[in-house]
Design a binder for this molecule. Sequence first.
Ligand code: GLU
Ligand code: MG
Length: 454
Amino acid sequence: MAMIESKHRATSDPEARKDVLKRIKDEKVEYVLFWFTDLEGHLKSFAITPGEIETALDDGMGFDGSSITGFNAIEESDMVAIPDPDTFRLMPARPGESVVGRMICDIVRPDGTPYEGDPRFMLRKALERMQSMGFDTFNIGPELEYFLFKDNTGTETLDEGGYFAMTALDAATELRNETIQALESVGIPIEYHHHEVAPSQHEIDMRYAPALEMADATITYRLIVKEVAAKNGVYATFMPKPLFGENGSGMHTHMSLFTDGRNAFFDGDDEYNLSATGKAFIAGLLRHARELSGVFAQWVNSYKRLVPGYEAPVYVAWSQRNRSALIRIPLYKPGSEQATRAEIRCPDPACNPYLTFAALLHAGLEGIEQGYELDAPMETNLYHLTPEQRRERGIVSLPETLGEAVDELAGSELMRRALGEHIHERYVELKRKEWDDYRIQVTQWELDRYLRVL
Ligand code: GLU
Ligand code: MG
């Protein structure tokens, strides 16, 4: 832990900080975890004892930023984590286990200025842009899918499952119920859960919430899913495509913009029930999808999921019902203005949710600000078109590899603004290195295919 000069750095409401202190005392909390993420969305955590908590709430806690992926180099490494009191929650515990609290932190420099390498800060900046354009809330509903395996050394599945499979086949139903209880106990309401298409694949959907809250909930969700699995002796993974020949895990993300409780995407008189704002937002997402791809699908493995034939999108188009399109407008339920939304189907659950939600919002706002036109929806199954037919219709594809995605990201002016210079530069460097590490590998597939014939 770095020694940082004591200084009042918190910007939160002092009353909220007092409430947290009281809860920590009343609930006999043994320690409080301070959380934030690195650029790739890995959860970073350190534990604070109740004796230290008051100072930590006001001043933050110093740490060495140079050891966090994508953060600062050694010469400017002192960073401070300021806990956000609104995010205080008690972690789920079985009887007899320690009482542990958690708070999510903003990262600042020792002088108290926000650190532009903090993904949570970049989401805050995106929300500021949204507010300056007259909207007050960006609601997000992500559907994270994941696999359960026997352990983390292989991909031995626990069931033969199938979409909506019932209990006899679905050995993990109990485990899913325990996971849901744990999620709800930390204030993450769950709407829907089921077995997914692939063996041992599951989905638990959170109720939509404003973007910052949802990004916090998403990193919490991932940890809780993994912890409950571990307590039950199995391994949960959000790896986008762990099994060849089976569906991968997506994070379809439902989005809408609100102002004063009204859904800015909704227009009851439109044939799709979409307002001009909603259409321009979707047009922005489509136009910039290739540039965003390195963020919402950030791993070499992400691009093994985004291939034809596994219910994952490949082509940049929108549709009302067709799941092969990148963006889907879930069919309108009469009378439910609140539910009108755009569902983007390319993100995967191993993304950094702060950067992903920031990037999606910027792309949509760009569409609104620049008045992009939305092309007609694509209602045929895009996978069944020949490459010529797709070309005729002007349909482009997502990047096919992380390397292609990084090139798009590196050249994107929008993404430079969305991520900020600091993150943009480091993130491109990080991801390029990952791609370079991968592309020089000689794989088993190549040996099997070539060794005996070449
Ligand atoms: N698992 C599929 C994907 O990779 C999505 C399947 C579904 O939710 O219908 O996106
Ligand atoms: Mg699903």
